[in-house]
Design a binder for this molecule. Structure first.
Ligand SMILES: [Zn+2]
Ligand SMILES: [Zn+2]
Length: 330
């Protein structure tokens, strides 16, 4: 089989690997579509080459279920990329992300993969592979989980700081449920995507005073909610300036070394929380949203064949795309 190999420094190759064979309790999946995630960038851009890749968002067809009692060949599936132990109390509740023995999978930017049988999610016939890779991966799951936990009401003002793929997923979902979305990013391409996905206002903090702009559009009240999806300290600092009294800031960007003014939180009844990935049980909620018209496929700006992997990663690294997907058999 062929798959992507990260060579270090942003370079990739399409390499040939032995076809994987399932062990007891595993299934072999022929991967049709895989996505590139912001979290791949760390390994992709580091100087250390990998044996394969950190791809963890993929959908396909089970082609060998001989070592599984749960699945049969031909079933279409997505892959839930956080591999809980399957046994602990969190895993029993379907919350693999809380499992202390969890593993995150990798290597899914390839034509085949073997995964433990408790990992795949069934992909219904009315969900195509492109929608499926967003609904079963973190492309839409991470935005959905974060926004749902923020408990947004229709007509609330929500600022989304950082409009990479996760921020854009938040723009799409929040607009769909009737929130008034203010999208903020330093790249005009990403603000263009945000507007297409439903943002009512787009703000480039490099060109205008973002705080006074948000103050104006919210009639001085500032945002009811803020999603921090930039993962940068200046993004977090801006998020804390954009949140209004009684508001909530949700951190989905992997920020470190930020300062929080506890006085602001106390005096303003402001909540801050973090949000990672999504809970397995939320998959069917997202499928239902898709069936009722939330077209997650709009999040994809670029599609490439596996042979064009370098171009796909170059585009993604440029920071001007929305979600980028790879079709493994083209
Ligand atoms: Zn991801
Ligand atoms: Zn567990």
């Amino acid at each position: 089989m062929f798959g992507v190999r990260y060579l270090g420094g942003g370079k990739v190759a399409v390499s040939e690997y032995p076809d994987p064979t399932p062990k007891d309790g595993e299934v072999l999946i022929r991967i049709e579509v895989a996505a590139i995630c912001g979290s791949d960038l760390h390994a992709l851009l580091s100087d250390n080459p990998l044996e394969s890749n950190t791809g963890h968002e993929a959908v396909g067809i089970i082609v060998d279920a001989s070592k599984s009692r749960l699945w049969k060949g031909g079933e279409r599936v997505g892959i839930y990329a956080v591999w809980g132990c399957g046994k602990c109390s969190w895993c029993q509740r379907g919350i693999y992300t809380f499992c202390d023995r969890r593993k995150s999978c990798g290597g899914l930017q390839a034509q085949y993969a073997c995964v433990p049988e408790h990992i795949p999610l069934p992909l219904p016939e009315d969900v195509d592979f492109v929608a499926g890779v967003l609904l079963s991966g973190d492309g839409f799951g991470t935005p959905y989980h974060a926004c749902k936990r923020m408990k947004v009401n229709p007509k609330d003002f929500v600022s989304v700081v950082g409009c990479g793929p996760v921020g854009l997923g938040c723009v799409l979902y929040l607009s769909h449920i009737g929130a008034r979305v203010i999208a903020l990013d330093v790249r005009h391409e990403r603000l263009d995507y945000a507007r297409e996905l439903g943002a009512e206002f787009v703000v480039n903090p490099m060109s205008v005073d973002a705080v006074s702009t948000v103050r104006d559009v919210t009639n001085g009240a500032m945002s009811n909610g803020v999603i921090e999806a930039s993962g940068r300290p200046e993004g977090f600092a801006l998020a804390m300036q954009l949140v209004g009294k009684g508001g909530t800031v949700v951190c989905v960007g992997e920020n470190r070394d930020v300062t929080v003014n506890i006085g602001q939180l106390i005096r303003g009844d402001i909540a801050i929380f973090g949000s990672w990935y999504y809970h397995r049980g939320e998959y069917w909620e997202m499928v239902e949203l898709y069936r009722r018209g939330l077209d997650v496929r709009k999040l994809i700006s670029h599609e490439f064949a596996l042979s064009e992997a370098q171009r796909a990663f170059d585009e993604f690294v440029s920071g001007t795309t929305a979600k980028v997907i790879l079709k493994l058999w083209e």
